[in-house]
Design a protein around this ligand. Structure first.
Ligand code: HSE
Length: 434
């Protein structure tokens, strides 16, 4: 083993930080052996030194002052596990500008500022690695930047938020309501500090921006990702979806065709015989299509202490190896700076409508006229729940390929009909080969 040492400063001792600290302490020898250099945890930034913790870190290492970590001359690698943009960005910038290597699992930071931070790392000739930012234990960043880099990737379909997948699985399989399932996901350490980001698709939009940037070698900002969450889904949607042969997942989809890119996160019906339909609980999956690989699916736990710790430690070991072998940091890919992002209005896909209507003659004709006039062709209609006491019924319509803009216009027209008492939900259907 190389006789040198890699001094590690940890920012944050939360769920993932504790996992990383625990491994660096308990398995120091083994991990150092694998890195080819001694890994020494030298400083840990915490909010409260006296808080009781399950991980036994020497109290001399703990500090509440971030400069104690970043300015420590014996710390050469900063591991940022605070999350969010502020103050994480400042700490990472300072660390890189002081020529310290950085490992982070911060998807928001990398999605919004990755390019700038990687340029800074290049200037100071240090490594900035972020495997833990997407997909927990799934090695997707390394796959896109290294193993699959000979491909022209054209499609990403991914389930990249463990909390929302956990909630959707509980709703589909146990009829559990969303709020209870979220509580459970939180208690298992999957959810963000602000679970709104999980449930409303924001966390997945950061992760998709990172994946699409790497896959299409084009700078995709998270603000360019169309984002819808899972909070409008109801038990009935799962029942109808099942009957129609679909599962419902929060899908992150990115496609690149003739240099035109679409990036979107929203609930989607997917055929129940497709592998993505079988991704349950806090598992994540990323399906890629490319010219050489054809179709590849990565599957693994995308949230929780162990899986995220695995990714962060993988990056630490990689930096250790690069230092031990005196390799230069790997140059980051050049990105197309202003890719053409297709507006959501121009999307063409299949749709599922669930409507409450007056249960009387001619109502269906009114609805089909609105859809027909907008060139929305109906694939199937289900009418089940009639309520004689209110004279209403619920119908579910699925369509052939239609334009998003037409579907949105149809909704405003349907809502104006006094025979449509409520548009309960509209969900896009992702038709994919099993
Ligand atoms: N809250 C995230 C999730 C954690 O549920 O997937 C991992 O990024």
């Amino acid at each position: 083993m190389n006789s040198g040492s890699l001094g590690i400063g940890l920012l944050g001792l939360g769920n993932v930080g504790s996992g990383v600290a625990q491994e660096l302490i308990k398995n120091k020898e083994l991990l150092s052996e694998r890195a080819g250099i001694n890994l020494e945890l030298r400083k840990v930034l915490v909010r409260d030194i006296h808080k009781s913790r399950f991980v036994d870190v020497d109290s001399d290492l703990l500090t509440t002052n971030w400069t104690d970590v970043i300015d420590d001359p014996n710390v050469n690698l900063i591991v940022e596990l605070i999350g969010g943009e502020t103050p994480a960005k400042k700490y990472v910038q300072l660390a890189l500008s002081k020529a310290k290597h950085v490992v982070t699992a911060n998807k928001e930071l990398i999605a919004k500022h990755g390019q700038e931070l990687l340029a800074l790392a290049e200037d100071t000739k240090v490594n900035l690695l972020f495997e833990g930012s997407v997909g927990g234990s799934i090695p997707i960043i390394s796959a896109l930047t290294r193993d699959l880099s000979a491909n022209r990737i054209d499609t990403i379909r991914a389930i990249i938020n463990g909390t929302s997948n956990f909630i959707l699985t509980a709703m589909a399989e146990q009829n559990m309501d969303g709020a209870r399932a979220l509580q459970l996901a939180q208690s298992l350490g999957y959810a963000e500090a602000n679970p709104h980001n999980d449930v409303e698709g924001i966390d997945a939009s950061y992760k998709l921006a990172i994946l699409a940037t790497l896959a299409f070698q084009s700078k995709i900002d998270p603000s360019q990702v169309y984002t819808e969450g899972i909070s409008t889904l109801e038990a009935k949607d799962f029942q109808y979806a099942r009957e129609l042969g679909y599962a419902i997942k929060l899908l992150a989809i990115a496609k690149c065709e003739m240099k035109e890119i679409q990036v979107r996160v929203h609930p989607a019906l997917i055929p129940d015989n497709h592998m993505l339909a079988k991704v349950v609980g806090a598992f994540n999956a990323v399906e890629l299509e490319g010219n050489l690989l054809e179709r590849t699916l990565f599957h693994g736990l995308g949230a929780g202490q162990g899986p995220s710790t695995s990714a962060v430690l993988g990056d630490i070991l990689e930096i250790g190896r690069r230092i031990a072998t005196q390799s230069y940091p790997v140059k980051f890919i050049e990105l197309e700076q202003s890719p053409k992002i297709i507006p959501m209005n121009e999307l063409k896909t299949l749709y599922y409508f669930r409507l409450n209507i007056s249960d009387r003659a001619g109502v269906l004709a009114q609805i089909t006229k609105i859809l027909g006039d907008l060139d929305i062709s109906i694939a199937s209609v289900i009418q089940k729940d009639s309520d004689p006491s209110t004279g209403t019924a619920e119908i579910v319509i699925t369509t052939h390929i239609s334009k998003e803009e037409s579907v949105q216009r149809s909704l405003s027209l349907l809502e104006k009909l006094d025979t449509v008492t409520k548009v309960n939900n509209v969900i896009r259907i992702e038709e994919i080969l099993a």
